[in-house]
Each structure stands twice: as structure tokens, then as C-alpha cells.
Write a protein that binds this ligand. Structure first.
Ligand code: B12
Ligand code: SF4
Length: 556
């Protein structure tokens, strides 16, 4: 049974003493980078660690912020004698985060985990951190700093009821932005955000249960105006989960602050928001790259604004993508492979036809992944016993598919994945993509990405897995659910990924319970400890109930 979260031992209104705080943003999981990683990783820096830096400094603390991009010496950049260390991590970097937390706890530092991994796997993360945070606002951070106490064996789970209603202006987090971008050797994207949550309800998505909320268009304008005082022709990377939901407000905010031609933008947006008039306005405002989700030819139509399926959908979406390319020079189309609606060769063959019809699109393939409690749909996979306990390092949508496919054997599935990847990143496809793309940076990005880890690197990796399915009974048995014993191929890769930090991976940190979310929903009701004034005590079972029963209140 899971231990209850205890209430704060520090009176809430007493000002905490000045603390030495470390904030670590893990944008990669390994010190060994691909060419693309070396050039681009710093552009993946998250906004929240920078926000946290502002909040901590405004509360009077001393902050060291480190954005770890892989090539740098992580331990040399972080001081040894921190009072408290906040780590932001995606699940792929969770084991690196666990190792660092273990090392620092040994030195007497209190450790805190936030970000996607904390939201998806709080039951596991709390074994290795003193605090695990879900939705995080300034008050949650102040509460943690006020208490700043070790919690052992189970870390304390804390979260605000909903996403923060505002975030500090870009000017306040600028020094952290600069520190991260100093590690980007050529192209630099300034991370910005203007909204949280999403009005859509794609069942596989972490934001399907989080209300859409703009953060304030006046602030967007002020941030952009500030940015122009710092960079001549900045490129803004928007982190909004679905950019452009309040399209006119957004465009007005940009137009009121940015003279034409002074700024470029990149955003993730759904096809349904990319009508021709919207595209024309995006082009006028300097949008250079757009990343819509197509996901599947047989499912998830609400994002692509089509009820069609199969070849009809391919033709319609290809036409739309070609239209987009007349306005926006770079487009990455996102697909999920292995969905339950997919069966036989058709979904893969249709994607090839799509690439023929829309050769300018850079395809990004995600293997179907269930990230713990990210989405209510994951409960179904867990109930059906279909979640494979791949260690976290592999959960980045590519290095493993942790949901056993419904309609394919593993070999048949990987045959298709390898074949599609080869088709997508062949010389022929690269040449056609070059021909269909305008502008030096988009052309360069398309070639480098195809030849680096995202194209050829993945072909090689998927082909290795396909081979192991035939040759290594341990791999096949693990993926088929016949054994929980991690095959040597995977344990060796974890050791390789963690490098010098591998010896610090705590006992138990290699594997996790893939059904923890499901188990927490069937736990008996436990009496709650009264929370500190204005806050609530949290336990995993609460989140599960919230996300199932009242989805918009889920805090992790
Ligand atoms: C924008 C985005 C990106 C951007 C920016 C990434 C970045 N560094 O932030 C880009 C395109 C680069 C990206 C890349 C990837 N992404 Co992404 N991305 C998103 C997206 C759409 C929005 C996330 C966001 O910024 N929200 C706004 C912030 C403010 O809100 P929040 O994330 O909910 O964070 C709250 C709390 O978690 C907390 N918090 C967040 N960070 C931190 C840090 C600390 C220290 C603390 C204390 C608190 C804290 O405070 C916030 C406010 O309450 C989400 C999907 C979604 N709809 O949320 C996926 C998502 C986060 N991405 C995901 C994945 C898998 C990836 C990739 C691995 C994909 C790939 N194969 O390349 C890479 C990994 C990049 C990396 N750095 O490791 C998964 C993560 C699942 C997981 N558990 O790991 C998500 C959830 C999508 C999904 N599949 O469901 N991504
Ligand atoms: S449109 Fe994107 S952000 Fe919104 S619920 Fe669907 S996948 Fe999530």
C-alpha cells in the first residue's frame, strides 16, 4: 500500500532561510550525442526550469541553473553543496535523474523531480526523490522550499490543483534562456509559451484532460517586444501544446509587437487550425516551421479535421500539407505507429503513398507508448496486460514500444517499421524532400535530420531490434510478456547511456511497475491527512480518480 503524503512541517507563513538551489533541465538522456543532437539539443530546453529559477530568485534564494545537453560535464557544472536540487526530466531521462538524485541525496541535498516523468510516474519517482511535483505553481515551489526536508522511503507528492494561471515574463527568465542557448552552436530557438492545456481530447494525450487556458496575450506581446531588444532576428520555439487555438488573439499579439520580417517562429499545431487564411497570416508573421499531428489513417481524425479514413484521408491530408508548404517552408508531420486501429500492411503502405504525394513533409514516427498515468487510455492497456516493462530510458517513442500491438506480432510489426523508415529516409526521399522545400535552413534541417539519429540512426536501431526478435530468445520473451527478465541488450544500453553516472543508479531503479497507475485506481480509500492551509495532501490514487472521474482536475 502506498504511504500517505504528510503535511508540511514548516509553518506556511515563516520566511524560509536563503537556500543554495540547483535547477537541472535534462534535455537528453545520454552524454553521447548524435550530430543532430550536438547542434539542436540546447533548443529543446524546457521553460519550467527557467520559470522555477525566477521564482526561486524572487524568493531570495541563490540559484545555479544547468541545461544538460549531453556534450557538457554535468557534474562539473552543478555545485556539490546544494541545499536542494530540482530536476526536470522527460521519462527517457528518468534513470539519469534517479542516479543524480541518489548521488546528491548521499551528499545531504534534498531532491525534487518535476516535468513529464513526474506527472506520468509519480509512484515510481517518489522512491528516489524527496519531492515529486505534478502541476507546479509558485505556491507549490514556495511550500517545498519552506519545508525542504528529506522524505524517505517515499518522497512527498505535491501539486497545484491546476496549471499555473501565469508565468514570469521572458525578461525575468532571460538569463536562463541565454545560459541554455549558449550551448546551441548555430541555430538558436528561444522557448516561449502563450497557452496551456488543449480543447481537444485525443485519448492518448497528456493534455486531453487539461482545460485550454491562454496565459495572457498582452504578455505575449510584451515578451516578443523584449526579445527584439536582445536578438536581431530571433527564432521563437512555441511550447504551447496546441498553438493557435485562439488564433486571431495570438496573431494580433504578434503583429502588435513585431515589425514584419524581424522574427521567425516554430509551433506545434493541429491541421484543423491550419486553414488557408490562417496560413497566409502565419506566413506574414514569419512562421517558418509547423509540426501538425496526423497520427493515423484510421483513427484520431479530430486533429486533422477530417472524417475520412484510408486512402481518402491520405489524399486529403497530402493536399493540405502541400498547401501548408506553399506558405510555411518546413513541415514535420507526426505519426503514431502501432495503434489498435491499425492492421496488416495497409497503414504503412498508406504512409508511403502520403510521402509520395507530399514529398516536402519530414515524417516523425512515434511508436505507440503508454507513459504511465499520462492519459486515461493507458488504463485500458494496463488492464489488458499489454504494457511491456521496458526501462524508462527506452521510453521516448522510438527506442521501445511499450504497448504490445493488438493486431501484429512483433516481427511483423518491426518488418513494417523498418521498411517504412527505409522508404522515408532513402536517398530518393531525401532528394524529393529537398526539391519540395524552400530556404536554406529548412533544406539543411531535412537533410541533417534524415542522415542523423532521426533517420538513418533509427533505421539501424529498428533493424537491430528486428534481428534480435529472431536471434535473441530473451528479447522476444520479454517483448511477448513471457518473462520480466530484462535482456542483456537493454541493460547494456542503460549502462552505456548513463556513462559515469551508472554506478549511482539506485537499487531498484533499473525496472518499474508498468501497471502502477491501474493499481492506484483500485486501492482502497485511505483517510487523508489534513493538508497545510490552502493546499491539499496528494496521493497517487487521488490523481487516478480525478483523471478518470473528473478529468479536468487531474494534477499529475
Ligand atoms: C512542447 C513539447 C515538446 C517541445 C519542447 C520540449 C520541452 N523541453 O519542454 C519539443 C518539441 C522539443 C518536445 C520534444 C519531445 N517530447 Co514533447 N511535448 C511537448 C508538449 C506538447 C507540451 C509540453 C509543455 O511544455 N507544456 C507546458 C508546460 C508548462 O506544462 P507541463 O509540461 O504540463 O508542465 C507542468 C508540470 O509538469 C511542471 N513542470 C514541468 N517541467 C518541470 C520541471 C521542474 C524542475 C519542475 C519542478 C516542474 C516542472 O510544471 C508545469 C506547470 O504545471 C507535451 C504534450 C502536452 N500536450 O503536454 C509533449 C510531451 C511532454 N513530449 C513528450 C515526448 C515523449 C517528447 C520527446 C521524447 C519526443 C521525441 N521522441 O523526440 C522529445 C523529448 C525532448 C526532451 N527534452 O527530452 C511526451 C513526454 C512523455 C514523458 N513522460 O516523457 C509528452 C507528454 C507528449 C506525449 N507523448 O504524451 N516536446
Ligand atoms: S490536439 Fe495535441 S495537445 Fe491537444 S489533446 Fe490532441 S494531441 Fe493533445
Amino acid at each position: 500500500m502506498l504511504a500517505l503524503t504528510t503535511r508540511s512541517t514548516t509553518p506556511p507563513h515563516r520566511a524560509p532561510r536563503r537556500r543554495r538551489i540547483g535547477i537541472l533541465d535534462l534535455v537528453t538522456k545520454s552524454p553521447r550525442n548524435s550530430l543532430y543532437g550536438r547542434l539542436m539539443n540546447a533548443n529543446l530546453a524546457s521553460i519550467m526550469p527557467q520559470v522555477l529559477g525566477v521564482w526561486c530568485e524572487e524568493a531570495g534564494h541563490e540559484v545555479t541553473y544547468v541545461c544538460y545537453t549531453g556534450g557538457d560535464d554535468l557534474l562539473a557544472e552543478l555545485p556539490n553543496d546544494l541545499d536542494i536540487l530540482f530536476i526536470g526530466a522527460f521519462t527517457q531521462a528518468a534513470q539519469l535523474a534517479y542516479a543524480i538524485s541518489h548521488l546528491y541525496r548521499g551528499r545531504g541535498t534534498v531532491t525534487v523531480l518535476g516535468g513529464p516523468h513526474a506527472r506520468c510516474y509519480p509512484e515510481d519517482a517518489r522512491k528516489y526523490f524527496d519531492y515529486v511535483l505534478g502541476f507546479t505553481d509558485r505556491t507549490v515551489v514556495e511550500d517545498v522550499l519552506a519545508e525542504c526536508a528529506p522524505h524517505w522511503p517515499d518522497g512527498r507528492l505535491m501539486a497545484s490543483e491546476r496549471q499555473p494561471s501565469d508565468l514570469p515574463p521572458l525578461q525575468a527568465r532571460w538569463k536562463f534562456v541565454e545560459a541554455a542557448l549558449a550551448k546551441a552552436p548555430t541555430i538558436k530557438f528561444v522557448p516561449m509559451i502563450g497557452s496551456l492545456g488543449c480543447p481537444y481530447t485525443c485519448s492518448f494525450c497528456i493534455d486531453s484532460t487539461v482545460d485550454y487556458q491562454p496565459l495572457g496575450f498582452a504578455q505575449v506581446s510584451a515578451d516578443l517586444a523584449f526579445l527584439l531588444t536582445k536578438m536581431k532576428h530571433p527564432i521563437v520555439g512555441w511550447h504551447d501544446p496546441n498553438f493557435g487555438v485562439r488564433f486571431d488573439d495570438y496573431m494580433e499579439a504578434i503583429e502588435s509587437a513585431v515589425p514584419r520580417g524581424r522574427m521567425r517562429h516554430i509551433a506545434e499545431s493541429s491541421l484543423s487550425l491550419l486553414s488557408e487564411p490562417h496560413l497566409a497570416r502565419l506566413r506574414t508573421n514569419g512562421f517558418q516551421a509547423i509540426l501538425p499531428g496526423i497520427e493515423s489513417w484510421f483513427d484520431l481524425g479530430n486533429k486533422s479535421k477530417t472524417r475520412r479514413t484510408g486512402m481518402e484521408k491520405v489524399e486529403q491530408v497530402a493536399e493540405h500539407v502541400n498547401l501548408i508548404l506553399r506558405y510555411i517552408p518546413y513541415i514535420q508531420t507526426n505519426f503514431v505507429l502501432g495503434l489498435d486501429t491499425d492492421e496488416g500492411p495497409e497503414p504503412f503502405e498508406l504512409t508511403k503513398r502520403f510521402l509520395d504525394l507530399a514529398p516536402g513533409a519530414f515524417p516523425a514516427y512515434s511508436l505507440l507508448s503508454a507513459f504511465g498515468r499520462a492519459a486515461p487510455l493507458n488504463l485500458e492497456y494496463q488492464r489488458a496486460g499489454r504494457v511491456v516493462p521496458f526501462p524508462f530510458t527506452f521510453l521516448n517513442n522510438n527506442h521501445a514500444m511499450n504497448v504490445r500491438p493488438k493486431n501484429y506480432t512483433w516481427p511483423a510489426f518491426y518488418d513494417r517499421v523498418v521498411d517504412l523508415s527505409r522508404y522515408s529516409f532513402s536517398w530518393r526521399a531525401i532528394r524529393r524532400r529537398l526539391g519540395a522545400t524552400d530556404g536554406m535552413i529548412p533544406k539543411w534541417m531535412n537533410v541533417v535530420r534524415a542522415m542523423s539519429s532521426e533517420g538513418w540512426g533509427r533505421i539501424e536501431y529498428h533493424a537491430t531490434i528486428r534481428r534480435l526478435l529472431d536471434e535473441d530468445a530473451a528479447v522476444r520473451g520479454f517483448m511477448d510478456g513471457k518473462t520480466d527478465q530484462l535482456p542483456a541488450f537493454y541493460s547494456r544500453r542503460i549502462e552505456h547511456d548513463l556513462g559515469a553516472l551508472y554506478p549511482h543508479l539506485p537499487a531498484g531503479g533499473m525496472m518499474h511497475d508498468p501497471n502502477a497507475y491501474l493499481k492506484s485506481t483500485v486501492e482502497e480509500a485511505l483517510p487523508l491527512v489534513r493538508p497545510a492551509p490552502g493546499r491539499r495532501a496528494v496521493r497517487p490514487a487521488d490523481h487516478a480518480r480525478e483523471s478518470v472521474v473528473t478529468p479536468t482536475l487531474g494534477s499529475f
